[in-house]
Design a protein around this ligand. Structure first.
Ligand code: GLA
Length: 401
């Protein structure tokens, strides 16, 4: 028997490659993460409050489930190398916090890094991968975001594979979120290792500019969106491109927040909110809990949308959905108010990746506006509207059978 496994491993190395928990992240994961709003200031009180707010605000009902603690939770390793949370910030310990999150019907996520230290200089997992995976399993962790700072001499594929194996052997199903910023094109190697992989540097709450932080740059919404179209074929159920966490509610205008959320849904992106759930405005809540937009993101086909056209600053995105439906998003990425008209019948659409298409001459669809929450006509007639700068129109085309 051992001989057979040995020979198989030589000739079919795929057999000993990544092992994933099969039923995880069949649709893009949804949740909340502390980084975008709380940053370095995490503690157990804030995390408990975020979990409670997730339930009370209606976010849980809309489908959000993971409460993820990002960097700065870590204390020290003990003499045997086991990691402990910062005792001042998390005096009740991680098991108790995980139990509390689970008691609300939510799931518990944590953060580490493949290097010696995290991006915030806290102890990371290099050399402790199996030990950390066992610790996380004991704490009841369901999601691990694994960063890429301080990783001198490491190869990303190998390092993430090590943590994949550690999580798998610890035996507790954990969504594995690869966060190496797209540097080594993880979409090419991470399908059997992780459930999602970051595609770019960090997001900032700006719509269309690059933010200079001195030693590094972060991106606005459009800088990230512009880098997704060419890699859409790598995403699918269980393994998603991750254009980073949401900045809805963190300072952009209402139109920009709505466009950001709509585009993430078109991209079948993980929807990990990053705002203050406790003090959410009515508008932010309305965006984050729009179930019709979320249904586009969470569609069971798991096909990432694509940019159909760009003319005069108007981008049109399309996404095939189940039962022959499609989502369509018109975005005014410019700074002038723009009239938009679209004569459906003049367009014949074919997506060579998903092999799905639309012939508007033959097929008729109900056009449902997903922000107005109403049907606005059918594809027999043209669509016409005016879009403010950075505004979207997001619609579902419902096939009339
Ligand atoms: C990196 C990640 C961020 C965040 C910080 C924490 O920059 O990309 O999402 O996790 O580290 O230090």
């Amino acid at each position: 028997m051992h001989k057979i496994i040995f020979i198989a491993a030589i000739f079919f190395p795929i057999l000993i490659y990544g092992q994933k928990f099969n039923e995880l992240a069949k649709t893009p994961p949804m949740g909340w993460n502390s980084w975008n709003k709380i940053g370095t200031g995490v503690n157990e009180k804030l995390i408990r409050e975020a979990a409670e707010a997730m339930v009370k605000s209606g976010m849980k009902d809309a489908g959000y489930e993971y409460i993820n603690i990002d960097d700065y939770w870590q204390g020290k390793r003990d003499s045997l190398g086991f990691i402990h949370p910062d005792p001042e910030r998390f005096p009740s310990g991680m098991k108790a916090l995980g139990d509390y999150i689970h008691s609300l019907g939510l799931k518990f996520g944590i953060y580490s890094d493949a290097g010696w230290n995290t991006c915030g200089g806290k102890p990371a997992s290099r050399g402790h991968e199996y030990q950390d995976a066992i610790t996380y399993a004991k704490w009841g962790v369901d999601y691990l975001k694994y960063d890429w700072c301080n990783t001198e001499f490491l190869n990303p594929e190998g390092a993430y594979l090590t943590m994949n194996k550690a999580l798998y052997s610890a035996g507790r199903p954990v969504v594995f979120s690869i966060c190496e910023w797209g540097n080594s094109a993880p979409w090419r190697w991470a399908k059997d290792i992780g459930n999602l992989w970051r595609t770019t540097t960090d997001i900032s709450p700006v719509f269309d500019s690059v933010v200079n932080h001195g030693t590094w740059h972060s991106f606005g919404v459009m800088q990230i969106v512009d880098r997704q179209d060419s890699i859409r074929q790598y995403a699918g159920p269980g393994h998603w491109n991750d254009p980073d966490m949401l900045e809805v509610g963190n300072g952009m205008s209402f139109n920009e927040d709505q466009a950001h959320f709509s585009l993430w849904c078109m991209l079948a992106a993980p929807l990990i909110a990053g705002n203050d759930l406790f003090n959410m405005s009515k508008e932010t809540k309305e965006i984050l809990t729009n179930k019709e937009a979320i249904a586009v993101d969470q569609d069971s086909l798991g096909i990432e949308g694509f940019k159909y056209s760009l003319k005069d600053g108007i981008e049109i995105w399309l996404k095939p959905l189940e039962k022959g439906d499609w989502a369509i998003c018109f975005l005014n990425r410019g700074l002038k108010v723009m009239p938009v008209t679209f004569s459906w019948k003049k367009h014949k659409i074919f997506d060579s990746f998903s092999k799905r298409g639309i012939d508007f001459q033959k097929d008729n669809y109900i056009v449902r506006d997903l922000w107005l929450h109403k049907e606005i006509g059918t594809t027999k007639n043209s669509f016409a509207t005016k879009l403010q700068p950075h505004e979207v129109a997001l619609m579902r085309l419902i096939l009339i059978k």
